[in-house]
Design a binder for this molecule. Structure first.
Ligand SMILES: Nc1ncnc2c1ncn2[C@@H]1O[C@H](COP(=O)(O)OP(=O)(O)OP(=O)(O)O)[C@@H](O)[C@H]1O
Ligand SMILES: [Mg+2]
Length: 363
């Protein structure tokens, strides 16, 4: 049975530089936690603190209910897979996976049983006698994971394990990692700066921003209910639109003035702290704007000029000029529209968010 992970008030400084600030995270047994954030925000440092490779921090770390704060890495009962995993090139896949057990002088029969178990989970049974050079990138990555798995650790730590792979392999390995996670029911803490990886793999995402937790929640919570403009902009591609608006009221309730347009705000959006006359950032995802057909109803504006149209295959990505702002839109299907052509746009404002333009917090 694998165990959970708990970080309590963890802070870390390198000299005068504070790189992690009061981090509190609880990961349940069997959960897949993704640490997400831009380069330099402290993801690897946090993983290294959990592993014990990095020391001298404030706060406490528990693995499987056991306080490991002052334990050596080897006594924490975890396994780590790095971005640059080095396999031993002269050893077979079997020997690479068995390496750790041999070092610990495990019995021959135990090694064989364990390597075969791991190879079966990772679908490496047919490759055990090959050398790393005779494997594909994804197969090599699985061997590296296999080396971590043989000890049946309480906790797996992954630091950007897929970043060396090409796009197709990354997608394959994502599916593979999900399957492995299900099979093992393992607790995993996984670092990435790739929001697609985070959205597809995580039970829970911790979005880090400059060493602090920006938001912690399920992928759906982060996507649909971002606490801050930073979180809203970090997740989702193409990026969410952030429009400078002024709030006003009319007979029906709150509206947002954007250019010379008046956008009615549903009560669910203009809730809480919104005030008449206030400046705000109205954030709306590209998929919540669509091209309006003749006679369309709802909140329709236009005509607006098309700046850019990129058919991707299953969808078309567009940029349209609304009140002098470049607004991103997505439409299902493959559209070929001329640059400079004029279109009306329907706004699904129930899916919009209002943020404080100064603090970036949700209003
Ligand atoms: N040993 C160290 N001494 C001083 N500063 C360090 C040390 N290790 C990391 N840092 C700094 O701490 C910050 C966080 O680094 P970290 O490696 O955790 O970032 P990261 O989120 O993993 O970034 P990336 O996505 O680029 O891997 C950075 O500003 C980095 O320069
Ligand atoms: Mg890193």
């Amino acid at each position: 049975m694998s165990g959970g992970l708990q970080l309590k008030n963890v802070s870390k400084s390198f000299g005068a530089l504070t790189v992690l600030n009061d981090i509190n995270i609880t990961v349940e047994t069997g959960e897949f936690l993704v640490l997400l954030g831009e380069s330099g925000c402290g993801k690897s440092t946090l993983l290294r603190l959990i592993s014990g490779l990095e020391e001298d921090h404030e706060g406490a770390i528990e693995i499987g209910g056991r306080d490991v704060t002052h334990l050596d890495p080897k006594n924490r009962d975890l396994a780590m897979v790095f971005q640059s995993y080095a396999l031993y090139p002269h050893m077979s896949v079997f020997d690479n996976i068995a390496f750790g057990m041999r070092i610990r002088k495990s019995a021959r029969a135990d090694i064989k049983t364990e390597v075969e178990r791991v190879a079966q989970v990772l679908k490496l049974e047919d490759y055990l006698q090959r050398k790393p050079a005779q494997l594909s990138g994804g197969q090599r990555q699985r061997v590296a994971i296999g080396r971590a798995m043989v000890r049946n650790p309480q906790l797996f730590l992954f630091d950007e394990p897929l970043s060396n792979l090409d796009a197709k392999l990354r997608t394959e390995m994502r599916t593979e990692l999900k399957r492995i996670h299900k099979t093992l029911n393992a607790t995993i803490a996984y670092v990435t700066h790739d929001q697609v990886e985070a959205m597809t793999l995580a039970d829970k995402i911790v979005l880090l921003n400059k060493g602090r937790i920006e938001q912690l929640g399920t992928p759906e919570e982060l996507y649909l209910h971002p606490d801050t403009l930073f979180a809203a902009q970090f997740i989702g591609s193409p990026e969410i639109n952030a429009l400078d608006v002024t709030i006003a009221t009319n007979a029906e309730g709150f509206v947002a003035h954007f250019g010379d347009m008046e956008l009615p705000l549903p009560a669910s959006v203009a809730r809480g702290k919104v005030q008449d006359g206030q400046r705000a950032t109205l954030a709306i995802r590209p998929e919540n704007l669509s091209l309006a057909a003749e006679g369309a109803t709802g909140t329709v504006t236009g005509p607006h000029s098309l700046e850019f149209c990129e058919p991707i295959g299953s969808e078309t990505s567009m940029v349209i000029d609304i009140a002098g702002t470049h607004v991103r839109m997505r439409e299902p299907g493959l559209l070929k529209l001329a640059t400079g052509s004029n279109h009306n746009v329907i706004w699904d404002l129930a899916a919009a968010h209002l943020f404080d333009p100064d603090s970036g917090r949700h209003l």
